[in-house]
Design a protein around this ligand. Structure first.
Ligand SMILES: *[C@@H]1O[C@H](CO)[C@@H](O)[C@H](O)[C@H]1NC(C)=O
Ligand SMILES: *[C@@H]1O[C@H](CO)[C@@H](O)[C@H](O)[C@H]1NC(C)=O
Ligand SMILES: *[C@@H]1O[C@H](CO)[C@@H](O)[C@H](O)[C@H]1NC(C)=O
Ligand SMILES: *[C@@H]1O[C@H](CO)[C@@H](O)[C@H](O)[C@H]1NC(C)=O
Length: 411
């Protein structure tokens, strides 16, 4: 009997140690980024970040994992804590989804690797689920699949309305969200490494410039996404163009008064949408305007959307894409660094005066070493572009310091 009691004690001691070890491991797990009103919150504190775009991670991970690890490691060293990337690649060879509902397991495991490596480097992911544009398939591929299945398709914008195409998209959302990561063994929908889902990269709709068609699609797809996964944040993926519910803003703020079939206000009012986003490309959108006009536009684009996010929508804003192409007339490294410093300053001052309502920015875009074939003019290679990396790091530190300051002021 004595032997049994000692054995039991040993057993219980070992069990306690195991439980402690389990708790320690659990404490290291990131917690979900959530939302409280106009702020993102994590673990009870306001979540602010500096981040980046690297759409290519899954694609490259399928060929060369070391490149992904090195890039994420360089990014973490620059204080970058959020990365936006593609969780799609539709049609053709080496695609994630080669045809509707048919997935390439090797490519899916590459995405598993990206999620796992992001976690290893304390980087959270914003995963976009389809493209408005043809790159990596997108709208064009989806409607082509439906056409091949006998649907009568007029334009790529049937993506938003054709029942079969919508079902294809819903199935893809379901497939990605319920994917169980082969490395971490965690379902994507349960993984706090993922910060947010994004319905689409830069939705636009030429056949209905009012924005109503896209808003109806957002309502349907946001409800679908949240019905599978209510733990993660959801964003649309908008560039920010105003639409028919705010006609004055079309003329005041849209570049050249463009109407591109989205309605920043109406679509972001959809209940399931947690975060608003803007992108900005003044050099392209206002190519024939003066540098002064581009600067004025940029300043107003940021302030009007931030103000609307806070005061009209009551949701936090993420600056989803901004960058400076080295093909821009008059380009120099300094021009790029000054542009980034300006945008970073605006994000920081919005976040400061709004108590955290502008959550952070995602530079377009970070590339790894030896990725010349991917270059689009906007690429920043952290290990090579030292002055730009210093600008990025400074912003990472400023946003982290502000988050600490906001946390302290609540204690
Ligand atoms: C969350 O907060 C608790 C209590 O302050 C802390 O112990 C834990 O490490 C935090 N977790 C993360 C992921 O920051
Ligand atoms: C949300 O923010 C409000 C105002 O800052 C605060 O009073 C409240 O406790 C927060 N709620 C949660 C769940 O953190
Ligand atoms: C990254 O995470 C995986 C899975 O948890 C683990 O096996 C691997 O050792 C980690 N790598 C590093 C460099 O920490
Ligand atoms: C901010 O938004 C509010 C509410 O729509 C509006 O009344 C105010 O004029 C806006 N301020 C600026 C500077 O645009």
């Amino acid at each position: 009997m004595v032997g049994f009691v000692v054995g039991l004690r040993r057993f219980l001691g070992a069990l306690a140690l195991l439980l402690l070890a389990h708790e320690a491991a659990a404490a290291e797990q990131p917690t979900f980024v959530g939302r409280n009103g106009t702020k993102l919150v994590v673990n009870g504190s306001t979540f602010l970040f500096n981040g980046f775009n690297a759409y290519w991670l899954m694609n490259v991970a399928a060929q060369d994992q070391a490149k992904v690890t090195k890039t994420l490691s360089d990014a973490a060293a620059a204080g970058l804590t959020v990365c936006r990337t593609w969780a799609f690649s539709d049609g053709g060879n080496a695609a994630l989804q080669s045809s509707p509902g048919v997935y390439n397991e090797q490519v899916f495991q590459a995405l598993d690797f990206v999620v796992s490596e992001a976690k290893n480097h304390s980087i959270r992911l914003i995963l976009s689920l389809v493209n408005n544009f043809m790159d990596y398939g997108g709208k064009t591929q989806y409607v082509q699949w439906a056409r091949e299945a006998g649907e009568w398709i007029q334009t790529d914008d049937d993506f938003y309305t054709n029942a079969k195409v919508k079902q294809y998209y819903k199935n893809h959302v379901q497939k990605v969200l319920t994917r169980v990561n082969t490395i971490t063994k965690i379902a994507y929908k349960d993984d706090p490494t993922i910060m947010a889902w994004e319905l689409m990269n830069e939705p636009r709709c030429q056949v209905d410039t009012s924005g109503q068609t896209v808003t109806a699609w957002v309502m349907e797809m946001a409800a679908h996404t949240k019905s599978i996964d209510s733990k993660h944040l959801l964003q649309i993926g908008f560039e920010g163009f105003y639409g028919s519910t705010t006609p004055d803003k079309i003329w005041l703020y849209n570049p050249n008064g463009y109407q591109l079939g989205t309605d920043f206000i109406a679509s972001n009012q959809v209940n399931e949408i947690d975060v608003t986003t803007i992108h900005v490309y003044p050099d392209i959108w206002l190519r024939y305007k003066s540098e002064e006009e581009r600067q004025t536009f940029l300043q107003q684009w940021i302030s009007s959307h931030w103000n609307d996010s806070m005061n009209v929508l009551g949701k936090p804003m993420v600056f989803g894409e901004f960058g400076k192409a080295n093909t821009t007339p008059g380009y120099s490294q300094k021009v790029r660094d000054d542009f980034l410093s300006y945008v970073y300053g605006e994000i920081h001052s919005n976040a400061e005066s709004g108590g955290g309502s502008h959550s952070g920015g995602l530079l377009w875009q970070i590339m790894g070493d030896g990725m010349e074939s991917y270059y689009d003019g906007y690429e920043v290679v952290l290990s090579q572009d030292t002055t730009t990396t210093a600008v990025i790091k400074k912003q990472s530190e400023a946003m982290a310091a502000l988050a600490n300051k906001l946390a302290a002021s609540h204690d």
